[in-house]
Structure formats: structure tokens, C-alpha cells
Design a protein around this ligand. Structure first.
Ligand SMILES: [Zn+2]
Length: 483
């Protein structure tokens, strides 16, 4: 029954997706995250994949403006959360610093939005004007003082079952590159030097990040071609395990990286592509830290000690960042920010199970969980809570290991924490950091200098390794399903 409902939920819109998710997930202690439900796919239409993905990144968001209004009111705790009360002097200081920094954001899902809204037809958008259906446009990026943006190449990890990941990745690369090439305000960056040069020229530096190792389909040739196209990080997994690495949100299967996974990490070091350990299990994080010869990044992750979501970074991993030289780029999605989010999610799961136990009518269950949501608004998260994550990472890893990876992915302002609803809002977060006593140097580091430092070190390691290591070939290592 539960699983049939899961399939129904996948086709029944946003809240249904949330219901699927919560019916399947249980939290059993810090690393004991399991997926109790089985994902059933009624078809492989892209809309279904995207729908599931949307649940995945919001994890626990609920549609409905009344509900959001309620949670917004509940969250209006500090002046910094209210856009109208950010100290104008601090805001001006933050903006001036961000213009110097440059501000580098390591995760934005605009390429997927192009494919979702107009099937990748970029003639439908004049990006020099505000775009009400997209999660970024050039005037908004300018207002937010964005100096460099990693555009996410994202393909749902369930495509690994249909062997279509690489094909879909090509569509994402293509639309992202066409977007960059056809806008005079943008220029593709391939190195840290490029980022600084393009920023100084007044354009926005654009880079690509691949969100999920499933997209290379176990092929080092695909990995190298991704690099050639401009990919400068690859997140080892997305929401599901892959053949060579465990995800934070799937059952432990490999207990970290497999031997093939270690080989891919080393090949990324050799190429000069950041190993991104957002989304992966804590064991995969630890294995990647053990194997890598270069700084690695979390492209969009927060601190587990503040929000115990399995996708957040535990302290033992944060403590290893100084020795590695990498950067944790913080995320603005409520489920990964609010300390109350996991508890709320568990309560919602319990409420949904209760409804399934007493009702066999899908519509009644959907109404029941919608009513529950009205009575129990989701914790929205706030600017000050994002700053709390930054404070914690500074305390455990140090200010040299913090960056920004907001994860904007749609126009719905409720999908992000209060006060950071869209890409114009970055200066408000930095004004909050200044209010907390962060120095100008701290702000410059968090905004982008830390990322540039790590990137230069990664490039240096790659240049050295290319002198001594041959490119990876996987004869004998490729898992059976690819044969
Ligand atoms: Zn993500």
C-alpha cells in the first residue's frame, strides 16, 4: 500500500512528492539514515525525474502560501532575517566587499531550469532582463554581486538504472555552454586565474559543476571529456548510491568508496577537477579525504552539528578540512539549514504512516497530510541560521574553509530560507556576518578567496601529477552492468 502510494505521489504534484519521500525515509541517529521505501517508477518521463529531484533538494518543503506565511512569521526572530531591517551601513559595506572578493557561488541549477521550462530553447529568454520563471538572470546576479557562478550539470541519479545518465548530462552541458556563450555579460572560466581576470573585466565568470558521479557511467573517458567541456568539480554521488560510492541518503552499500571510486578520485586529482563530497555518505567523505592528493570541496553543504540532516557535514570531517585545504560551501535550502527541520520531517513521516494505517483512499491521505502541514508549518530557516552554520564551521574547521554554494534552483521564494530567497540576496548574509564581528578579510575569504586558494592548490597538484601519472583506464574494473 505504501509503495503504491509512493508511485501515486510521484505523479500527483509537489506535496505528493514530499509524501513519497517522507514515507520512505527514517532517521536513526547521526549516520543511521535509511531509505525504508522502495522507489517505483511508473514511467521514465523527464517530468517524473525532475519531480523526484525537486523533492530531493527541498527534502521537506510544502507548497501553499498560507503555510509559508505561517512559518515566515514563526521565523521572524532577528533583525537580520527581515530584509527591511538589515542595517543599511552593514549592507553597503558587504556589497563593497563582495564587489572586490569576487563572490563565488558553487551551486546554481539554472541549466536544469532551462531544460524544464523551454526544453533548452534559449531564444525564449532574454537573460539581460529579469526572468520570472528562472532561478537566475543577469540583472539579479549583478544585484547580488555574484562574481563567479558554478552552473550545475544535474541529472537525476535514477537514470543510472536506464543507462541514460551520460546522454542527459550532454543535454545539460550543451544548454549551460550555449547560455554562457550567447551572453556578453558572461565568460567561461577554466582556472582560478580566469575567474579573477573575468571578474576584473566586469563580466561574470561561469564554471560548470557535475552533480553526481553516475553521469560518467563508470567511464574515465567521460570524466575526461567532462573536464574538457569545463567541468571543474564533480559531486561523487547525488541522492542514490552509485557503483563506486555511497550517498548520504541511501542504504550503506559500499561503506564509502570502492576501489574504482578511489581510482576516480585520483583521476580527478590528476585532471584538476575538484572532488565534491556534498551529498555523499560520511564514510565516502572520509574515504575521499583519505585518498585525495588535492583540496576537495563541499559544493553545497552545511554543518551536521547545527542541522542533523544526513546530508550535512559531521564535525570529524570538518576537523580534517585544514589539513586538506578544502572548502565547505554553505547551502541556503531550509531542510539543510534549520535545526528544527529533521524533527519536523520525522513528525511528518509519523503522521503520514498514521494516515496510511487508517485510510486506503489516496485522496484522503493527501488531504490528511496537507491538513497536517497547515497545522504544523515546516521550519523555514533564516539568514541568522545560515550564519550559525558558518559560525560552527569557523569554530571547527576555521575561517579559511568556508565558502558559498546557495543551491538556488527555482523561482519559488519559499524554497530557500527567509531573507535569502533569490540571487539578489547574498549581501544580506554578509551583512549579518559583519554584524557578528567578522572582519573584512573574513568576508573576502568566505565570499571567494578561500575557493580561489583551494582551486590554485588543486591546479598545482594536477600539474605535478600529470608529469608522473598516466590517465586512468578501467579495463577489468568496470562493473558488470556496463559490459
Ligand atoms: Zn544537491
Amino acid at each position: 500500500m505504501l509503495h503504491r502510494q509512493v508511485a501515486e505521489d510521484l505523479t500527483s504534484g509537489h506535496d505528493g512528492i514530499s509524501a513519497w519521500a517522507t514515507s520512505g525515509i527514517s532517521l536513526n541517529g547521526p549516520e543511521g539514515f535509511t531509505l525504508g521505501g522502495t522507489f517505483e517508477r511508473r514511467n521514465t518521463k523527464e517530468t517524473r525525474l525532475i519531480s523526484r529531484r525537486r523533492f530531493i533538494e527541498r527534502s521537506s518543503l510544502i507548497a501553499g502560501s498560507a503555510l509559508v506565511a505561517g512559518s515566515a512569521l514563526a521565523s521572524l526572530g532577528t533583525a537580520s532575517d527581515n530584509p527591511t531591517t538589515t542595517d543599511p551601513k552593514l549592507l553597503d559595506r558587504a556589497k563593497a566587499l563582495l564587489e572586490r572578493a569576487p563572490l563565488i557561488d558553487t551551486h546554481n541549477d539554472l541549466p536544469s531550469a532551462f531544460l524544464e521550462t523551454k526544453a533548452g530553447d534559449l531564444t525564449a529568454f532574454d537573460m539581460t532582463k529579469p526572468q520570472p520563471t528562472l532561478c537566475a538572470d543577469i540583472p539579479s546576479l549583478r544585484e547580488g554581486r555574484v562574481g563567479a557562478q558554478y552552473w550545475s550539470v544535474f541529472v537525476e541519479s535514477a537514470t543510472q538504472k536506464t543507462h541514460t545518465s551520460l546522454h542527459e548530462a550532454m543535454r545539460e552541458f550543451d544548454v549551460a555552454l550555449r547560455f554562457i556563450e550567447t551572453n556578453a555579460d558572461l565568460e567561461q572560466a577554466r582556472t582560478a586565474d580566469d575567474i579573477e581576470r573575468i571578474h576584473q573585466s566586469g563580466r561574470i565568470a561561469c564554471l560548470l559543476g557535475v552533480e553526481g558521479g553516475h553521469m560518467i557511467e563508470n567511464s574515465p573517458a567521460a570524466l575526461r571529456n567532462f573536464y574538457a567541456l569545463g567541468a571543474r568539480y564533480m559531486t561523487l554521488t547525488h541522492w542514490d548510491n552509485i557503483d563506486w560510492a555511497d550517498s548520504a541518503t541511501d542504504r550503506p552499500e559500499h561503506f564509502g568508496l570502492t576501489e574504482l571510486g578511489e581510482r576516480f578520485v585520483k583521476e580527478m586529482n590528476r585532471l584538476g577537477m575538484f572532488v565534491d563530497i556534498s551529498h555523499v555518505s560520511a564514510d565516502t567523505m572520509r574515504d575521499a579525504l583519505h585518498v585525495t592528493r588535492a583540496p576537495l570541496i563541499f559544493s553545497h553543504s552545511n554543518a551536521f552539528a547545527i542541522d542533523p540532516h544526513p546530508r550535512c557535514v559531521p564535525d570529524d570531517v570538518l576537523r580534517r578540512m585544514p589539513a586538506n585545504g578544502g572548502v565547505v560551501h554553505v547551502n541556503f535550502i531550509p531542510a539543510f539549514v534549520s535545526p528544527k527541520a529533521p524533527e519536523w520531517q520525522e513528525k511528518r513521516t509519523a503522521a503520514l504512516k498514521e494516515l496510511h494505517a487508517h485510510l486506503d483512499n489516496d485522496k484522503a491521505i493527501a488531504k490528511g497530510i496537507a491538513d497536517w502541514g497547515k497545522a504544523n508549518p515546516e521550519p523555514r530557516g533564516s539568514i541568522s541560521e545560515v550564519a550559525d552554520h558558518i559560525d560552527h564551521i569557523r569554530k571547527v574547521a576555521g575561517v579559511d574553509h568556508i565558502g558559498i554554494g546557495a543551491d538556488y534552483y527555482e523561482v519559488n521564494p519559499e524554497s530557500m530560507v527567509l531573507g535569502l530567497e533569490n540571487v539578489t540576496r547574498y549581501p544580506h548574509l554578509f551583512a549579518e556576518l559583519l554584524r557578528r564581528g567578522y572582519s573584512d578579510d573574513d568576508v573576502l575569504k568566505i565570499a571567494g578567496q578561500n575557493h580561489l586558494r583551494a582551486m590554485r592548490q588543486m591546479e598545482k597538484v594536477a600539474a605535478q601529477l600529470q608529469k608522473t601519472e598516466a590517465p586512468l583506464v578501467t579495463e577489468g574494473l568496470v562493473p558488470k552492468w556496463t559490459m
